[in-house]
Design a protein around this ligand. Structure first.
Ligand code: SF4
Length: 307
């Protein structure tokens, strides 16, 4: 029996109803070996050595789209790094012919984004999500354990160059691991990197599944506190123990908060009591707060330009 290249559908809070495409079924092929990886540990590789025929993957995609017509997004991933798949462009151009309104999203670790050929392969996706856990080489080596072919000094510059070229939605993801990349110095470097890269959105999170190495997550409160450093970005926070702590805010406090940082529906549920929610709706009705869809997540902010 041939392997199935499709998994799901799953409901993703950040991207909608998603069907996953696995470009490396049954074998991990990655140019990183992250301490927090939920897959098994594996030697890093710069190229795929086991490669599926893109026509077989396409066949599975056609069947899955027919079976699940109410899909928002096709999420391209791999047991490892999807940009290592050599027929990415061929497969994407075939999928573009049949997908209709469904969006294409690729989840890349961003390790080879400074390579122009890789950038070219990503240009036609509707959404590109790149990981950026670290800025310095030392942190990359320690946490993401990058393949020797990767020049970590070029990663941020590569993301800046890609962001300038890419016309669709660019999302960055940073995963924080206790005692490794949650230092004030790394957070300050990340903040500067985000400003330079200008992603549409930054998703921050921590370990929430058993990691392949012995490392620990940070708490939801720590993630919230880190998010406070990134007030010039649209931030979402993912944490399995996101706690509801509804508070009452005055109109002035609400406007000040939304002037500092755009918030999303999940933040509203977790942070505001019923009275504050009413004030929020009033401000929204008066146009003092505006909403904006950022790569599939609705954010609210006061009328200022973030990008
Ligand atoms: S980049 Fe993704 S697949 Fe590769 S080691 Fe890191 S977490 Fe695992």
């Amino acid at each position: 029996m041939s392997p199935s290249y499709i998994f799901g559908p799953i409901n993703s809070r950040r991207f909608g109803r998603s069907l996953g495409i696995d470009l490396s079924v049954g074998v991990k092929q990655c140019n990183f070996d992250c301490l927090y990886c939920e897959l098994t540990r594996a030697k890093t590789t710069a190229t795929q050595t086991v490669t599926a025929d893109y026509k077989d993957i396409l066949k599975d995609i056609k069947i899955a789209i027919k079976k699940h017509p109410n899909i928002d997004v096709l999420t391209w991933t791999a047991n490892g790094e999807p940009t290592l798949y050599p027929y990415l462009s061929e497969l994407l151009s075939e999928v573009d012919k049949i997908k209709g309104d469904i969006k294409t999203l690729i989840l890349s670790n961003g390790g080879n984004i400074y390579n122009e050929n890789i950038q070219n392969r990503l240009m036609d996706f509707d959404i590109v999500k790149l990981s950026l856990d670290c800025v310095g080489a030392k942190c990359f080596k320690k946490l993401d354990r990058t393949h020797e072919s990767i020049n970590t000094d070029k990663i941020v510059r590569g993301m800046v160059a890609f962001s300038k070229r890419f016309q669709n939605s660019l999302v960055l993801e940073t995963l924080f691991v206790k005692g490794i990349n949650d230092t004030q110095a790394n957070i300050a470097d990340l903040q500067k990197a985000y400003v330079k890269i200008k992603p549409h959105r930054v998703d921050i999170g921590t370990i929430d599944r058993p990691p392949s190495y012995d490392v620990l997550p940070i708490s939801y409160a720590e993630l919230q506190s880190i998010a406070g450093n990134f007030h010039d970005q649209y931030i979402t926070i993912a944490h399995s123990q996101a706690t509801k702590d509804p508070q009452r805010y005055s109109t002035d406090e609400l406007l000040k908060m939304l002037g500092m940082r755009a918030i999303n529906k999940e933040d509203i549920t977790n942070m505001f009591d019923d009275v504050t929610k009413e004030k929020f709706d009033e401000l929204l009705g008066q146009g003092k707060i505006i909403s904006q869809d950022v790569a599939g997540v609705v954010f609210y902010r006061v009328r200022i330009s973030l990008k």
